[in-house]
Each structure stands twice: as C-alpha cells, then as structure tokens.
Design a protein around this ligand. Structure first.
Ligand code: ZN
Length: 291
C-alpha cells in the first residue's frame, strides 16, 4: 500500500509531466466505483484545461487546474501514475506493489486497467493512472467545492509539530499509536511509520495519548518527520513494504528499527523487540527503550 512517502515521491516525479501542459483530452474506462465523479463529467471538465500545480494532502494528490477546479487522485493499493516512455526505472516504479514492471511500462500501451489517460495539446508523452485492483479513487471538484475526503483530513504528517500533536492528545484516552493513525488528527501516517517514530521518541505505542507529555510530543513529531523524510529521500523504499517490481528495493528495509523485528535484538539495548496488537494493528516496540 503506498504510504505518504511513496505518494510524495510520485508527486515529485510526475509533476513535471503534468504541470504547465494543456490537456487536449482525458480518456477513461467505463463508470465504476473508481470514479467518484462520473467519467463522462470528468472528460468534459478536463478537456482544454492546464494544470497549475500538483499538491499532496495526506495520501491524496490534488491537481490544481487553470479554471479553479481540482482533480483529486488516490492511488489506493495498486495505483500507478506514470508518464509514457519515461526512461528512468525509478520514475516508473512510482508506487508500492507496482503490478507492471518497469520494463513493461517502457513499452506500455493503455490497457483495461488504465482508468485515466491524459492526452496533451503539445502531443508530448501521455500520463496514465493505472490501477489493477481499483481501490484508487478519482474525484473532480468544481472551483470552491470541497469534499469530506479532503476536509476531514488533519494536518499533514510532514507539517505536524509537537505543540499541535500535544493539543490533539489532551483528553484522549486512545493509545498514542491509534491517535497517530487517525487521519482526522494527522494525515498520512501509516502503521510502520507510527511504530518507528514512537521508537525514536522512546514512547510505548499502547500508552494513553492523554499521558504523553509536551516534551514527548515534540519527540514524536520529530520522529515522524525523520522517518518520513528519510523514506522520501530513498524513493519511498527505506522502510515501507515497498518492493520494486525487480525486487531490488528490499535491501532498504534494513533501516527499520522495530517494525517486523519481533524477537530480534533492539539496536540500542539488545532487548528483544516485542509485538503486541494496538487498535487492531500489529505493533512493535522495545520494552526497555520505550516507556
Ligand atoms: Zn531498546
């Protein structure tokens, strides 16, 4: 599942292929649950428009258009957003669990899973959104229109600071880890990143959020930024379940300190890493380093 870092990496890589180019047409597959906005309406709304920018909100990509409308994309579990004929393998292996190998993307022809196909007035490379399992979503918002998928999101995980996190924890009896995963509080934190950040902060995942101190809130916010930024730096692969189609990226997962390391020695104190379930999610921590 693409997490915030993979989505951010996709945003940075695909933005130059989308921003500033005028759309001649957008081709879609037939109506399905993939399209929150009916495809016929999408095609009408997007033809002739130019993208002014590509933003990210949590795990959503938001394409800002020159008429004030916005196109919102979610990659789901298997969504891939890529440009035709792009030559860099890393550019092409844009998201986690990619189902199309880089070699096959190079010679890619739009297929039944290519739900969006951006065709540009400059007749340059097309951009595709392909999703074999269709857990992704596409949504068009008229100028000024809002949608709960975006408005319900809390602050972006990369923008969260200790003060904000501390305020959010007051009076909350849920486990601190569950609070970090609540997208209405912080947008974009996935299971692995929550465990890793809590390790860096020395805070046990199961501790009540209300019992986290201001100082610890600073450390957790800092830990989140550190693991997310490091993952973005390495192409979204340092720590997540990301495996490139050619399998080469698995090596980066050695940067994990606790996640999926049950029973292995803590890198700091050699105590075996413990696994518990917090909020129905597998959770890893060091019983000695985290309090
Ligand atoms: Zn330890």
């Amino acid at each position: 599942m693409p997490e915030l870092p993979e989505v951010e990496v996709t945003r940075r890589r695909i933005a130059p292929h989308l921003v500033g180019r005028r759309l001649r047409a957008v081709r879609t597959t037939r109506p399905s649950y993939f399209f929150v906005t009916p495809p016929a309406r999408l095609r009408r709304a997007l033809a002739g428009r130019t993208a002014l920018g590509l933003d990210r909100r949590g795990k959503y990509l938001v394409l800002r258009l020159d008429d004030g409308a916005r196109l919102v994309l979610h990659l789901g579990m298997t969504g891939q957003l890529f440009a035709a004929g792009a030559s860099s393998l890393r550019l092409l292996s844009a998201t986690a669990r990619a189902t199309l190998s880089p070699e096959r993307q190079l010679a890619f022809r739009p297929d039944a899973h290519t739900h969006l196909r951006f065709v540009f007035a400059d007749e340059g490379p097309e951009v595709y959104l392909r999703d074999t399992r269709k857990f992704g979503k596409v949504l068009w918002l008229a100028p000024g229109e809002e949608h709960e998928r975006l408005t319900r999101l809390g602050a972006d995980a990369l923008d969260v600071d200790g003060a904000r996190l501390f305020r959010a924890t007051r009076g909350r009896r849920v486990a601190i880890k569950s609070l970090l995963l609540d997208q209405a509080v912080i947008a974009g934190v996935g299971n692995i990143y929550a465990d890793e950040a809590l390790f860096l902060a020395g805070v046990r995942p199961g501790r009540s959020a209300a019992r986290v101190t201001r100082r610890e809130s600073d450390a957790i916010a800092q830990g989140l930024r550190r693991v997310l930024l490091r993952s973005i730096e390495t192409g979204g692969s340092s720590i997540s379940d990301y495996v490139a189609p050619d399998g080469r990226d698995g090596e980066y997962q050695s940067e994990r300190r606790v996640y999926a390391r049950r029973g292995e020695p803590c890198f700091t104190c050699a105590t075996p890493i413990a696994r518990v379930v917090v909020g129905a999610r597998g959770t890893h921590y060091c019983p000695r380093c985290q309090r």
